[in-house]
Structure formats: C-alpha cells, structure tokens
Design a binder for this molecule. Sequence first.
Ligand code: FCB
Length: 468
Amino acid sequence: MFPNDFLWGAGSSSYQVEGAAKADGRGDSVWDALCRQEGTIYHGHNGDVACDHYNRYREDVSLMKEIGLQAYRFSVAWPRIMPDGVGTVSKAGLDFYDKLTDELLAAGITPWVTLFHWDFPTALYQNGGWMNRDSANWFADYTKVVVDRLSDRVQNWITINEPQIYIGLGHWEGKHAPGIKLPFAQALLAGHHTMMAHGRAVQVIRASAKKTPTVGWAPVGRVEYPATETKADIDAARASTMSVDKKNFWSNTWFGDAAVFGHYPEDGLKLFGSEAPTPKAGDMELIAQKIDFYGLNIYSGGRVKADADGKPTPVWLEQGHARNALSWAVAPESLRWGPRFIYERYKLPVIITENGMTNLDWVHSDGAVHDPQRIDFTRKYLIELNKAVADGANITGYFHWSIMDNFEWAEGYKDRFGLIHVDFETQKRTLKDSAHWYSEVISSNGKILETPHAGLEKSVFVYEGTVA
Ligand code: FCB
C-alpha cells in the first residue's frame, strides 16, 4: 500500500512532556508564564512535571522501541538551551537532548528535531518576542547552538510548528501563550517575523550541519474536502483549502505561499489590505529558503461542494457525526485531500507531522487501556492518506500525535492524545491497544489496514473474576 521506504513515527513536544521545568537552570517560557495566570488553563494545570520525560526518557525510548517506531519527533525547549533566550548556553540543557538522541539511535529510532514548538523564552518575550524583528536573529543563534551539538547525529529538522496557532491563538485570540490579543496587523507582523526566523533557521542548518540535513516545517491549516468526487466539488474544496478568505490565521496559503513562493498570496493581501505586513527588501527571499519537505499537521476538516457558480459552499456534517473528546469532527477525508492539495500547489514531498485523536481513555479493570475509537480513527485516516498516495501525491511519512498522553496546552491533562497512557499521579506508562495495533501497522508497512480487524489480537477486554 505505502511506498517501501515510508516512514512511521510518533511525536511529542518539549513543554508537553518534559516537565523538570526548573531543573538544571532551564529558563522560563511563555507557557510557564501563561500557566501561572489564573483561569487560563484547565483546572490550573501546568507543565512543571508533565510526563517527567526529562528524567524518564530512557523508559520512554524503550517503549517506543517496543512499539517498533521508526522515527520520533521531539522538540527542543529553547529556554532549556539558552535560559535567557540569547547569550549563555546551558550545558545541562544540551546534554539532555544529546543523551536523548543517543538513546534513540541506540534503539534504532531516527530522531526528528523540531526547533520551536511554542515554549518561547520569557526573557525574549519581555524584549518584544515575535513582535521584535530581531527575533529572527535570536532564533538563528539558538538554532546554531542546537545544530552544532546534534547535527553529527541528527539529520531531520523541523524549524517551527504551526505558526497559525502560536500567532493566531497566542498573539491574536489570546488563548495560548503568550496570551495576548494584538490588533490583527500587529499579529500579522509577528507572523512575518516568525517566518523570517524560519528562513534564518533553514540557512543556519544548511550552513552548519555536519550530516547532510533534511529540513522542513510543520504548519497546520484548515482543510476542506469535497462532498463528492466530481471535478466541480474537488475544485471547490481545493479553492477553499488553498485560499485566504477570512480575517484569521487558519489559512494554509498565507504562510505556505510565503515559505515556498516568497510572496504572500494575492487574495490575502487584498483581504488584509493595509493590515498586511510591508516586507523590507530581502525579507521574502529570506522566508522562502529552499526546504526539503512540507510537514502537515491534520486532525479534522470540513466538507464542501460547488454551488451553481462553482463556489465552495459547506455541506454540514450529519447530526451526531463522530467527534473526538475535544469535539473536533472526525474527518478521515481530510488526510487525503489536505496533503494532495498541498502537494499539487507546492510540489514538495509531504510528511504528516501530526495526526491523531483525543479519546476518553482510562486503565480498564484488566489493566489494559482499550481505545478502539483511536484505532478506528487512525485506520480510517491512514486509508485516506493512502488514497492521496495513489492519487500521485509524494507522501513520505506519518507521525502519530502523540507518543504519549501529555499536557494538552489550554486543555491541561484533560485531553489524552497518546498511544501510551500516562497516569499523571504515578507516572506509570501503559501501552494502549492502539500502540499494539500501530506496531502492526508499522511492521506490515500499512498492509494490515486492508483487514478491518487485523492487529487487534491484544485488544480484547478480559474481565477478572466472575461476571454476574
Ligand atoms: C497541535 C499541536 C500539538 C498538539 C496537537 C493536539 O496543534 O501542534 O502540540 O497539541 O495539536
């Protein structure tokens, strides 16, 4: 089904799993700061301990090995490397990622390193954060330190994760860190600077990496899929997915066109008018550094059809349509059409850098964690992803989100996205049924997806004692 060299992985991010927030001189991040503000995070949860991955990474890597993971996507916490964001480098911080990398390689798992997954140093935020044009250079300096240390072993680099979210939700809607509501124009300018940071990071990686690097990024975006497979509906879905039609940050093309084509899209410039950033000479060239792959985080999508004029119009999901525990619609088709539309436009190899679901998981009375919804969700999504491959899109890998339950940002520990269950009181890990099933997906290179009940041998709920 999938190409022979298709890559099967799972991901996490530093603030969501590491904990050890004060250990070994780690600096403060905007997420630490947001968590301290009352009323911002579900039940006042925070990332102080999280999954304690900082101390338990060996056990975690051995579980990844047990699953048969080929690649692990993790992020580096900028304030763990440079507590003030610039200047002094923390030896202990670098040592952690060094040891994690070695542990992964010893287990036969390829490390995929994300340089920025939202834990921006508070010290730099106080100096203007992404609103400050210098942020691109701060990020380049930090990138250099990480690349100097890890690139003799790490080859796969992701610069930034989801500017749509940390700029849109973080700097405009105020729901994520740093929790501010800038005027739209200023938030767009912060987005421009973060894209310059992406470009600088690509330059630094290419200039300093010891092993030939593969570099990309991991944006998210709204995906619309066609109600039927008629050309008219497909065209409508493409037009909608690949447009800037609202004044918000959810568009694929606002950031995507900048990163790949070196200009913001016409429709966005028109819609945003004088609020759009005015790039200085050289900015767009910097942003559009050549990248090797286009990462995509896709969880959900909406359905559209063409109206009488060929314009996209929503076809609402039927009442009671399947949803995850955060109420995001289950939309497997999004993993066919999203990557396909992106591939058609940008002509870069696509890697699914995140996909998965939050489910109401708990440890059952037989000691196992039965999560049939997650298995069914992932199976349906992967079948659709495979259709995109059959359609001709060059899709080279899939990272499930997440390797383990973790701190789900504003939702705290309420939402569980993991293949591995974490008891946050005891830090006990339990492989969920989905982890066992995913093992079989990996070892069969997706072949078991053809058979609905394949790979579920370990998933039977066994009652202990007598059942009345
Ligand atoms: C994405 C984030 C990731 C995780 C998933 C559920 O937006 O990149 O950290 O929270 O959503």
